[in-house]
Design a protein around this ligand. Structure first.
Ligand code: GDP
Ligand code: IMO
Ligand code: MG
Length: 424
């Protein structure tokens, strides 16, 4: 068997949580492979809205195992809160959730370092979610990190203390004031909860599952334009958000990757700093934010809004090997007379579809195609209006990739299957 991958093609918040939940009935296992509680994946069903940060979005389906892979960074305090909320909703978390021993832990001091680093950058700040993601991945690649499996070892406390001492020196360098005494007891309490979960060698677990014919969907966090290598560096997150991330973040061999489902919104959003060629700092952008309720699921920050950016979308499709697309939030465009799509960039008076290396300092002027809007409420539509079908065909033709799902509202049920999604 091969594992399918589902990931965001823009700057995150495309609606990954919703679609994973919709697709979970076709899978035995949903596995997160990177990122951490910087993610906020929203699911809505039976009038309930739920936001997941670390736990995979298949958790509401009792048949499904949910794996937090080795590529994820875990804040035990946030994980505990998520678990408590799920237990209240009747989810058998202990049975359904498995955590890789190789996943790295976010310490309270990682969060402090994130805040200190952002404060020191002033106007140049990344706009991090301040969940300690960057500092934790730095310790991972710097070979100083503490992994989930370490919590069961005899020298865990010593390792923790040694790492915190290093962090204290860095915090002193930043002249950052903090009070660790309140944060540590809560963190250690949450470590006890983590100890009760099933801790696994996820690379064996996942590969054995594939061998025995189980269907796996790997769930990405963030989006391709926030990828540490291919995003709008340095305004990115600290992990590989792309298909390759599922190989390193779960131990899935590249040849065992099946379908790659790329998710995008009918427009674009970005939260935090960094380049955004099609951003609208005007009433139209404000309308998108209002209708799309574009406020962060993790931080509550207003998301920046703009038109769909095809060069960026094609770039994301290229680096991920996307085999099918899912278009989200089509309903947000319901009231627009005209919908614009950026087909090219104008850089130094030349039309191009290529994202420049120095995307930060290059002036990019988007070239737009105007598409007629459908001007009707599609939130409970079963068939899509002709103008929307034209919009869909235009994107399919431009990208060369079929759109298999169109989402017309936040609820599970507000999902239109265009072509039956192929399960590997
Ligand atoms: P994720 O991080 O990719 O899982 O996305 P988020 O959950 O952060 O943000 C997506 C937001 O859009 C959430 O509030 C969803 O409930 C909502 N949403 C998802 N799909 C649709 C849709 O088709 N239409 C509308 N109006 N909202 C949607
Ligand atoms: P989901 O999975 C949108 C953004 C932050 C910031 C940058 C770096 O819900 O799509 P970090 O905390 O990683 O150091 O922040 O990345 N960011 C996200 N934006 N959705 C997310 O996750 C994000 N996770 C991080 O706003 O600009
Ligand atoms: Mg989100």
């Amino acid at each position: 068997m091969k594992a399918d991958v589902l990931l965001g093609l823009q700057w995150g918040d495309e609606g990954k949580g919703k679609v994973v939940d919709v697709l979970t009935p076709s899978y035995d296992m949903i596995c997160r492979f990177q990122g951490g509680p910087n993610a906020g994946h929203t699911l809505e069903f039976n009038g309930i809205k739920h936001v997941l940060h670390t736990i995979p979005s298949g958790i509401f389906h009792s048949h499904c195992k949910n794996v937090i892979g080795n590529g994820v960074v875990i804040d035990p305090v946030i994980l505990k809160k998520e678990i408590d909320a799920l237990i209240k909703m009747g989810v058998d978390v202990k049975k359904q959730l498995l955590v890789s021993k190789r996943a790295h832990l976010i310490l309270p001091t990682h969060r402090l370092l994130d805040a200190a680093s952002e404060a020191s950058k002033g106007k140049e700040k990344i706009g991090s979610t301040l969940k300690g993601i960057g500092p934790t991945y730095m310790d991972k690649t710097g070979r100083n990190g503490i992994r989930v499996g370490d919590i069961t070892l005899g020298n865990f406390k010593e390792r923790y203390t040694a790492l915190v001492e290093k962090h204290k020196q860095l915090l002193a360098f930043h002249q950052y004031e903090y009070n660790l005494s309140e944060l540590e007891p809560v963190w250690f309490e949450a470590i006890e909860v983590l100890k009760q979960l099933t801790l696994i060698d996820s690379e064996y677990y996942v590969n054995e599952a594939l061998k025995s014919g189980k269907k796996i969907l790997a769930e990405g966090a963030q989006g391709s334009m926030l990828d540490i290598d291919f995003g709008t560096y340095p305004f990115v997150t600290s992990s590989n958000t792309m298909t390759a991330g599922c190989c390193t973040g779960l131990g899935i061999p590249p040849g065992s990757v099946g379908n790659v489902i790329g998710i995008f919104k009918a427009y674009c959003t970005r939260v935090g700093s960094g380049p955004f060629p099609t951003e609208l700092n005007d009433a139209t952008g404000e309308t998108m934010r209002k209708i799309g309720n574009e406020f962060g699921s993790t931080t509550g920050r207003a998301r920046r809004c703009g038109w769909l950016d095809l060069p960026a979308l094609k770039y994301a499709i290229m680096i991920n090997g996307v085999t099918e697309l899912t278009m989200m939030k089509a309903d947000v465009m319901d009231d627009f007379d005209t919908i614009k799509v950026c087909t090219h960039y104008l850089i130094n008076d030349k039309e191009t579809e290529v994202l420049p290396f120095d995307v930060i300092n290059t002036t990019i002027t988007p070239v737009y195609k105007q598409i007629k809007g459908w001007k009707q409420n599609i939130t409970s539509a079963k068939n899509l209006p002709e103008e929307l079908l034209n919009f869909i065909s235009f994107i399919e033709q431009s990208t060369g990739v079929p759109i298999s799902i169109v989402s017309v509202g936040p609820d599970r049920k507000q999902t239109i299957i265009m072509k039956k999604q192929t399960v590997s």
